[in-house]
Design a protein around this ligand. Sequence first.
Ligand code: ADP
Ligand code: ADP
Length: 226
Amino acid sequence: MAAITMSHIVKRYGDGYPAVNDVSLDVRDGEFMILVGPSGCGKSTLLRMIVGLEDITSGEMRIGDRRVNTVAPRQRNLSMVFQNYALYPHLTVFENIAFPLRLAKVPGDEVDRRVRDTADLLELTEHLDRKPANLSGGQRQRVAMGRAIVREADAFLFDEPLSNLDAKLRGQMRTEISRLQRRLGVTTVYVTHDQTEAMTLGDRVAVLRKGELQQVASPRELYEQP
Ligand code: ADP
Ligand code: ADP
């Protein structure tokens, strides 16, 4: 776990108006922070700069006590969940979840333990030997989440992970993500344009507009605003 500290972050893609303009935001250790705002307001760009998939034009990005502006994505120990969660169709649930650990050459017995703990948390234990084609949509989404959390990263980053799901599944997964984050207590930044997700999932909500941070408040404070 680690706090994420953004100081005066600017991102310019070209000569035009900055995609992210002087954003300063502290995500506390263990906090669930939502980034919300209309399409094009800079949410994904900000998230990609946290992960290291996008260069920072100016400002400082810190994860824990480390300045990460020039640290490669793989060296940041973060876990990102995208909206398009491609599972490997020829691998079992176990091997799909184990994949990042295999890449990192984690010893077999530890892989076994961590995959089983993760499957337990996500109620996938009975499905470990199945292939993705034999799972429901919700189960597949949970496998994708398992693959992201099995690495015991310092923070989780979500980029609209539910936007391709139908309303019922979206509701289920919202509950699932909330339960999981509270259980694990891992620092989380979650991008969405969905008001319901913003108001139900986060400890705090950061509202972006045209690249600028408009306000940061708890869902309750936002709700009670005139
Ligand atoms: P959001 O995630 O809130 O929809 P984005 O971060 O994707 O917003 O985009 C913010 C702004 O930056 C938009 O104006 C978008 O067109 C622009 N933008 C995003 N990615 C790029 C890119 N790779 N090259 C140029 N402009 C980009
Ligand atoms: P989202 O709003 O979900 O981030 P977009 O459709 O804005 O999705 O962007 C999808 C991809 O296109 C992203 O990788 C982004 O970097 C890129 N992109 C967005 N706007 C531009 C742009 N104006 N020029 C070049 N690439 C862009």
